[in-house]
Ligand binder design. Structure first.
Ligand code: PLP
Length: 358
């Protein structure tokens, strides 16, 4: 067990909690405290502490600011109907965090200690976990390279921090299947690149195409592979699933696709239910468009922690537009959403060992 110094904000100085939990957005509000830990090559990870939430002082030469050496994670803390708190597959997040770190030369973090530290922070901030249906406390673990140095090489100093903030229900009025634009010019990531790491550059690389798509009225970009502009990889910052005949298909994890924990959960559940085959295989945009035109593409949906499941209602590729399931939410997307959220919020028993109660 690591020693964590706690510098708590006096209760009378804590921020007011959001007054209307039904109008919480995403990523605008942060709690009173944050967890921090430093890394130095000679000391390893040290100085674990919980401090008041506040700006971080960085040298302008801090390497993360110049070369993007950083990693992050995203997970949520859910409040059960009985008031208790729980996490969903958090060990998978910390394992992936280290995987991302390995790819961008960031030192390894002890996963058990990281989960213990998160648990201690959550205990202190438990009143910040909202109660309204569909709301949660979003958790953002992050490591940044802080060493002041302008040569390109892995830094020798880092900060690990965890910030928290209450977030709203993604779907307030039920699902709203989205319109997506297949991006055939820009790419998010390339096999051999850093697309499988949750690192800042991937998101910077995605902004321009996403902005152009938004201006044309689309919610998300459907990313194709960088080499042939042929195989579907992800949708926005979510993994993508297609149901064609009785096969549920998602892109394989071949280096350019992020290994989503929701993706893994969808695969596990659909396999377990046994009604459909699940394939992790390359799927070309031509196959998707042809199946849509033949009426064999019965569902398409994205998966990720923020939305859980995001049904796709329309796909536009070059000058062709296809509807998916008449623009409505398919039964599999609905069933997955209901099942996953029921486990996350504890209204269904966790038979998979996915839930960690606090
Ligand atoms: C985080 C992320 C996902 C989804 O991962 P989850 O663990 O399911 O939240 C998918 N694609 C990208 C690019 C991501 O950053």
């Amino acid at each position: 067990m690591m020693d964590i110094r706690v510098n708590a904000v006096p209760s009378e100085e804590r921020k007011p909690k959001p007054s209307d939990e039904n109008s919480l957005g995403f990523g605008n509000i942060f709690t009173d405290h944050m967890f921090l830990m430093d890394y130095r090559q000679d000391l390893g990870w040290h100085n674990a502490r919980i401090e008041p939430y506040s700006p971080i002082v960085l040298d302008p030469a801090a390497m993360c600011l110049h070369y993007g050496q950083m990693i992050f994670e995203g997970l949520k803390c859910y409040r059960r109907a009985d008031g208790g708190l729980q996490l969903f597959r958090p060990r998978d997040n910390f394992r992936r965090f280290n995987g991302s770190g390995y790819r961008v030369c960031i030192p390894h973090l002890d996963e058990d200690q990281a989960l213990d530290a998160l648990t201690e922070l959550l205990h202190l901030e438990q009143d910040w976990v909202p109660r309204a249906p569909g709301t949660s406390l979003y958790i953002r673990p992050t490591i940044i390279a802080t060493e002041p140095h302008l040569g390109v090489r892995p830094a020798l100093e880092y900060i690990y921090f965890v910030i928290l903030g209450p977030v709203g229900a993604y779907y307030k009025e039920g699902f709203n299947p989205v319109k997506i634009l297949v991006e055939d010019k820009f790419v998010r990531s390339v096999r051999g690149g850093v697309g499988e790491a949750k690192t800042a550059g991937n998101y910077a690389a995605s902004l321009f195409a996403a902005e152009q798509a938004h201006q044309k009225g689309f919610t998300q970009v459907l990313w194709l592979d960088a080499i042939e502009r042929k195989y579907v990889e992800e949708v926005g910052t979510m993994n993508i699933f297609f149901m064609i005949d009785d096969e549920v298909v998602t892109s394989p994890l071949a280096g350019s696709v992020l290994s989503g924990i929701t993706r893994a959960t969808v695969i596990d559940l659909v396999r377990e239910w046994g009604d459909f085959r699940v394939s992790e295989r390359p799927i070309s945009i031509d196959e998707v468009m042809a199946a849509a035109k033949d009426g064999r593409l019965t569902e398409a949906f994205g998966s990720g922690t923020a939305a859980v499941i995001s049904p796709v209602g329309q796909i536009v590729y070059k000058d062709e537009t296809v509807q998916v399931a008449d623009g409505r939410t398919g039964p599999l997307a609905q069933k997955l959403f209901d099942e996953i959220t029921a486990i996350q919020y504890g209204t269904k028993p966790d038979t998979h060992g996915w839930v960690e109660t606090l």
